[in-house]
Structures are given as C-alpha cells and as structure tokens.
Write a protein of this length. Structure first.
Length: 228
C-alpha cells in the first residue's frame, strides 16, 4: 500500500515537473518572439528614418488595398511593417500582409509581401497573372488579338475598355519580352498598381518590385488617366 502511494506521489511530482517545464519553455519562446519583434521594429524604424519613409509596425487599413486574392482570403487579416513614402517621384507603400486559415491545430498564418505605387486617378480592377492549365480550363478571362499573349497571361477585369486601353499591342510585346512580367502577378485597382508574392517582407527586394511597377506604369497611355 505504501509503495503504491509512493509511486502515485512520484507520478504526480513528475507530472508537475513536466508541466512546469512546458510552461517555462512556452514562456521563454513567447519572450524570445517579443524580443525579436521589438528588435525588428527598431531596425525598421532606423531604416525608414535613413531612407525617408514613414513606418508603422502595424496598420490594418492596408488590408483593404484590394478586393482580390490574397486580400479577400482567410481571416485575422493584418498589415505589418507598413512603409509609406516617395520613390522615383511615385507614391509607394510596401508591407507584409498576413491572413489566417483553419482553426485549432490546423490554424496557419500566411504572410505575403505587397508593393504598390499610387496612380494619378483611381481606375477599375485589372488583374494580370500567368496562365496555367487550371486557369485555361476553368477560369474565364479577356482574350486579345495576340494568341501567344493569351496563352501566356490571364487578364481579368470587369471593364474591358480599360483592359484594352492599358494592354495595347506595344504593351503585349513588352510583357512577353520582360521576365518580370512573365513571372509576377500585378494588378490595377482603385488608386493603386500593385504586385505581391507569398512570404515575409524583405526590404532588400522591395525596390526591385517597385521598379517593375514603374515600368508597367510607363507602358500605359496618358489618356487612360483622364476623366472621360
């Protein structure tokens, strides 16, 4: 009997020790995450000050930048590490957009890097991505006179006139010759021209994407921005 009580006591003590270890480890991980985040924010503030950008560690208003994927996906949408400023005489914003899918053990946060430049005038949605077997078969898009272009790109817009004004013959040839246009999705919507990719924000590459967007913008005829 006494041996049974001792065994039970040892078992309870072992459970308590395991519980304490788990609490300590979780607390340590939480502290480490907080410390790393604080360190990153300090580094981002210094970077923004050096290059003349306004920085906010969190600004969820940017989650309304677009109505299309990945912005209309999941829940708990967040705008993290939001930078705003001027680049090559263009208004620019770049940030990390997070959304969550699933719940419980299946919960998963999806980070996305977003880079956008401001447009002279708000315009309709025009979404350009790369064509694939699924989109060719199941997703309807706008077709142009260049069949190679149609086979390469998927173009979606509720306003066909705007789509044809932006994507004219010269732009199609440029898109087919530019590796960036062949690789990245990009979108006009409201006052923004944007591009995005899965993954965390990387400051060392945002201006590369910004240069691409500026080159896209340079292809657009000036009359597109007039209020007609």
């Amino acid at each position: 009997m006494q041996e049974t009580l001792l065994a039970a006591s040892d078992g309870d003590a072992g459970s308590i020790v395991i519980f304490v270890i788990i609490v300590v480890v979780m607390g340590g991980l939480a502290w480490l995450g907080w410390w790393l985040r604080k360190k990153k924010i300090a580094a981002y503030r210094a970077w923004a000050a050096q290059y003349g950008f306004h920085y906010e560690p969190r600004d969820d208003s940017v989650t309304a930048l677009s109505s299309e994927d990945p912005f209309n996906t999941g829940r708990a949408r967040q705008g993290l590490d939001v930078f705003r400023g001027r680049y090559k005489n263009m208004h620019i914003v770049f940030f990390q957009y997070n959304y969550t899918t699933g719940s419980g053990k299946e919960s998963r946060t999806h980070p996305n890097q977003v880079v956008a430049i401001g447009l002279p005038t708000a315009r309709p949605l025009l979404d350009i991505s790369q064509e694939n077997a699924f989109s060719k078969r199941f997703q309807k898009d706008i077709d142009f006179e260049n069949q190679r272009f149609n086979d390469t790109f998927r173009v979606k817009s509720p306003n066909r006139r705007f789509a044809f004004d932006v994507i004219h013959a010269r732009t199609m040839e440029w898109m087919l010759a530019d590796q960036r246009a062949m690789s990245y999705p990009w979108r006009f919507e409201g006052p923004w021209l944007m591009t995005f990719r899965p993954g965390a924000l990387k400051l060392e590459e945002v201006f590369f994407y910004a240069d691409f967007l500026i080159d896209v913008y340079a292809q657009v005829p000036r009359h597109v921005w007039s209020n007609r």
